[in-house]
Design a protein around this ligand. Structure first.
Ligand SMILES: Cc1ncc(COP(=O)(O)O)c(C=O)c1O
Length: 456
């Protein structure tokens, strides 16, 4: 859980650079009645983010309506890979609106045709068929349904076990939370639902046992026979810490799934569309999964997600049996096509790799100067998880992490609230179109905020 947002304005030093402007106390006094009204109309769960009312955003900059401007290190929440309000996206949306089709249910529309063709061209075989949905959680729910259906088809009633990883996050709907590895998110379920098993994620830092034998051992310890496993799902990197599994582990997992006729599902909702310095995150492992789940950066804007998988798996359901009202909404599809166009045209995947090297080198240097509060830095490309820990331990330190976020925001660098185990991870993930100068400036601010929080 994020901590409650304080709605008491702080007088903060004003800032004026070519990328940042802070010219009011934070939160802005005039915005407080609006923030309070929102809190009274919405569930508490919608709170917890820095108290800034976003007014407009362009590329890697975010503005409020009071003249303040931030360097965006959040990308919303790893959504705006192609940048906020990209010209291409705005133009495509305008064209689609002028063209006059905003919805067509499951009746085909040209935008959907164009997008599934494009996505199909971007994935390696045997990934082939593309099913469009609206949210990331819907895509992981769909993958779960397909794995369970496929398992029963090839292995009968016993082949229903879905394996996922501790500390994983696959969304907040029922099935997604059953697969998610966070006990706190599951308390409300109240009972153990059979058919879901979790194994330790080989992050190499909190869990140093990164040999694939740990996967098999964990299943055996939980009494799970491999023949009963219908699928294994993992985030390509665990979003809560930004950590990847070792390549050898993932290659062994690929083989294990083949041997035991289980589907390998990679949740690329955070990792796809260039975020990690390759177009797909799974390229780092040199494997191809049976199903991928996509969302967030697919459109850099409007709500859209997708499941892409093997033909035999994606065709398990007959006409009308696996659909959704807003699947392939023409505006969302146009946004996605335009976002992909910008990523390709401006070579933002390469940019993510190049600037990612600067991001990680700088953060590693910062870590060395602040080992009492930063336990580790993880990630690849333009995503980094900075693990805030209590001195001399690997225990999460959510209070310092929250203070650093607050101070960064007060200084003109936008971050979302800390995430991950114990709320101790600050994620740094700017739009892929950020300039090197803005990235370096934002990282200087991050260290300044960190130094101040340390002294407190
Ligand atoms: C890896 C991963 N999968 C799934 C989801 C769920 O996506 P959504 O919030 O769009 O339902 C998220 C969201 O943060 C995610 O990071």
């Amino acid at each position: 859980m994020h901590s409650e947002t304080s709605l008491i304005s702080r007088n903060v030093p004003f800032v004026s650079t070519s990328f940042r402007t802070i010219q009011t106390p934070i939160p802005v006094p005039a915005s407080i009645p609006l923030l309070k009204e929102m809190a009274s109309c919405e569930p508490r769960s919608m709170g917890g983010q820095p108290p800034i009312i976003w007014d407009h955003a362009k590329d890697f900059s975010v503005w409020d309506a009071y003249g303040n401007r931030w360097i965006d290190f959040s990308s919303g929440v790893l959504v705006t890979n192609a940048g906020h309000s990209a010209e291409e996206i705005i133009r495509s949306l305008r064209d689609q609106i002028d063209h006059g089709l905003l919805h067509s249910y499951c009746f085909p529309n040209q935008a959907r045709i164009d997008l599934v063709r494009k996505l199909n061209s971007l994935v390696p075989p045997p990934l082939e068929k593309v099913f469009l949905l609206t949210t990331g959680a819907e895509s992981t729910e769909c993958a779960l349904k397909l794995a369970k259906t496929c398992g029963r088809k090839v292995g009968g009633d016993r082949k229903i076990v879905m394996v996922s990883f501790r500390n994983a996050f696959h969304g907040r709907t029922f099935g997604a939370q059953l697969m998610g590895g966070t006990p706190a998110l599951k308390e409300w379920i109240g009972e153990q639902i059979p058919g879901f098993v979790q194994v330790p994620f080989p992050d190499g830092w909190r869990n140093t046992d990164t040999d694939f034998s740990a996967f098999e051992r964990s299943l055996a310890q939980q009494g799970i026979s491999p023949e009963t496993v219908c699928g294994v799902i993992t985030e390509t990197f665990q979003g809560g810490m930004g950590c990847f599994a070792p390549k050898a582990y993932m290659q062994a997992l690929r083989k294990w799934c083949d041997t035991h006729n289980a589907l390998l599902i990679l949740d690329e909702v955070q990792a796809g569309f260039g975020r990690t310095g390759t177009f797909w995150g799974f390229e780092h492992y040199e494997i191809v999964p049976d199903i991928i789940c996509l969302g967030k950066g697919i459109s850099s804007s409007l709500p859209l997600s997708a499941v892409i998988g093997r033909k035999d798996v994606m065709d398990l359901y007959g006409p009308g049996e696996m659909t959704s009202t807003h699947s392939g909404n023409p505006l969302c599809c146009r946004a996605a096509l335009a976002s992909i166009e910008r990523i390709e045209k401006e070579n933002l995947v390469r940019q993510s790799a190049l600037l990612g090297a600067i991001l990680h080198e700088t953060l590693n240097t910062i870590q060395k100067r602040h080992t009492d509060v930063i336990g580790a830095v993880m990630g690849k490309g333009l995503v980094a998880g900075v693990m805030f820990t209590r001195a001399g331990t690997k225990d999460p330190n959510p209070s310092t992490a929250s203070q650093v976020v607050q101070r960064c925001v007060e200084k003109g660098v936008m971050l979302f609230a800390p995430v991950g185990p114990g709320g101790g991870t600050i994620k740094i993930n700017p739009p892929l179109c950020i300039s090197e100068e803005a990235l370096r400036e934002g990282l200087e601010v991050f260290e300044e905020a960190l130094t101040e929080a340390e002294k407190k």
